[in-house]
Write a protein of this length. Structure first.
Length: 485
């Protein structure tokens, strides 16, 4: 009987410390918890194990014990396997990571390696963003994404609920925003939140502003649209070559518009009362359109701003300050420039994705916390780029302090941007854009597994061959878990 080595076990992400012997034991199919507040994890484990293995677990002694241990860190867990399995944690979150580990480790016949695991994440922010605005995602698929995040220890599920194409949250104040059959109900959001909470997953809602807001202008032009005068203005050209006009941007100079945006945000916060974050969008805003908006030009004059570019930063300042006053942390996409950074609260978290509007090292220098969503290699996208998507090997070769981009306008094009290790880099996120669930899910599972590996442990542990060997078994279980009933 030899010593068990970490590389011998199939787990994603690979734990920090593994010890034991190369032996497997059989446990009884029972599970208990000594902390009543964690009993939801018993139900989560039993349902998940049955769906993966078609084997029933019931509450009782002799199999798995979930034990509260205040000596462990907030997100740490420890698993000891001898004659039975003992899972120790100091928080629900840590216990949920341990449950996910056991679902990966346990075979259908209830055998498990005789080992000890001590584990915790290096980075708090390990995320997945799914675009449900450009392409409608039926409600059940959102539950599948929660299960996927749970199995891979991805803490945050960021849902892009609005864009030019649609607004997929219910609104009592602006009911014409939502299309029947392509908008989630209050009851569905409540179910989704509870489902995620039981699995230790935090939901982050996003509604886009001031750009990517064509649906608001189209359905309520009297509230959100700009008052354009005669004249021309420059259009914003994206990395895809799309030209963004005035129809996609809100009127930042209108108090009616700003009040309406606050009302929408209040509704979002009522739907997600426990979320710590509200994502406000903020990217690809064609503020040049405000050059031809009489209302915006009057606001610029009245408030001593220099131009429409400063008006954009002023809008981001006002709306993020509002969210901060509501007790939430605002997140925005990288969109404001270095010279406007002083206008924005340093409590705002910035997703650095393009290194075009402002470089990551400037965001950090200016005092912001950042999340790495580098398009290359963390995007899963449709359209002309679908066949050029990045693979798990690309993500394994990347790290949370590195940004790359294929676009020539990005500073990270020829020379990847690398920053020194810092607590200001909160973590990283896979972003899935413009695809239906059926077209995106296989890519997302594979790439998210690699993102989990590289954000749970900043120092690389597996080469691509070792990772692939582990992934075969784990991803099979994940696909069984997220399969339609």
């Amino acid at each position: 009987m030899g010593e068990l080595k970490r590389e011998q076990i199939s787990l994603i992400p690979v734990p920090k410390n593994v010890s034991g012997v190369d032996e497997r034991i059989v446990i009884e199919n029972h599970i208990v918890c000594d902390k009543e507040e964690w009993n939801d994890l018993i139900n989560v484990f039993c349902k998940s194990f049955q769906k993966i293995n078609d084997v029933e677990f019931t509450e009782g002694m002799g199999g798995i014990q979930i034990i509260f241990d205040e000596q462990l860190w907030q997100e740490e867990y420890r698993i000891e396997v001898d004659t039975e399995v003992k899972l120790y944690a100091s928080s629900y979150e840590g216990a949920s990571y341990g449950i996910a580990t056991l679902l990966q480790l346990l075979d259908k016949d209830c055998t498990i390696p005789k080992l000890c695991i001590e584990d915790y994440p290096d980075k708090d922010y390990r995320g997945l963003m799914v675009d449900v605005a450009r392409k409608w995602h039926p409600f059940g698929t959102l539950l599948h994404y929660v299960d996927l995040c749970f199995m891979l220890k991805i803490k945050y599920l960021h849902l892009h609920f609005s864009d030019d194409q649609s607004f997929t949250l219910p609104s009592a104040a602006f009911p014409k925003l939502s299309d029947e059959g392509k908008s989630y109900t209050k009851q569905e959001i409540k179910i989704l939140w509870e489902y995620a909470k039981q699995r230790g997953i935090v939901l982050i809602p996003e509604i886009e502003m001031p750009g990517h807001a064509k649906i608001l202008n189209k359905r309520y032009p009297e509230v959100f649209a700009n008052q354009l005068t005669e004249g021309d203005y420059h259009k914003t050209i994206t990395e895809n070559g799309d030209a963004i006009g005035a129809e996609s941007i809100l009127c930042a100079g209108s108090e009616k518009t700003f009040s309406a945006v606050q009302t929408l945000l209040n509704e979002v916060m009522e739907l997600f009362p426990e979320t710590p974050y509200i994502h406000l969008g903020g990217d690809e805003a064609n503020y040049h359109a405000w050059d031809a908006c009489s209302v915006c030009q009057q606001y610029i004059k009245d408030h001593g701003l220099k131009n429409s570019k400063e008006l954009y930063a002023d809008f981001i300042r006002r709306i993020t300050d509002y969210v901060l006053r509501c007790g939430k942390t605002p997140i925005v996409w990288e969109g404001f420039a270095d010279e406007e950074s002083h206008m924005i609260s340093k409590d705002v978290v910035v997703i650095s994705w393009e290194n075009h509007y402002q470089n990551t090292y400037d965001l950090i220098k200016n005092g912001f916390k950042v999340i790495n969503c580098a398009w290359q290699p963390l995007y899963v996208v449709g359209g002309i780029y679908e066949n050029e998507r990045y693979h798990f090997e690309d993500i394994l070769d990347w790290n949370v302090y590195e940004w790359q981009h294929w676009w020539k306008e990005s500073e990270a094009f020829l020379n990847p941007i690398r920053v020194q290790p810092t607590e200001q880099a909160l973590g990283a996120q896979i972003c899935v854009w413009g695809l239906t669930y059926e077209r995106e899910i296989a890519k997302t599972v594979e790439n998210l597994a690699a993102l989990s590996e590289r954000s749970w442990s900043v120092l690389r542990i597996c080469d691509k061959y070792q990772f692939q060997d582990k992934a075969y078994k784990i991803l099979d279980k994940i696909f069984l878990l997220i399969a339609e009933e």
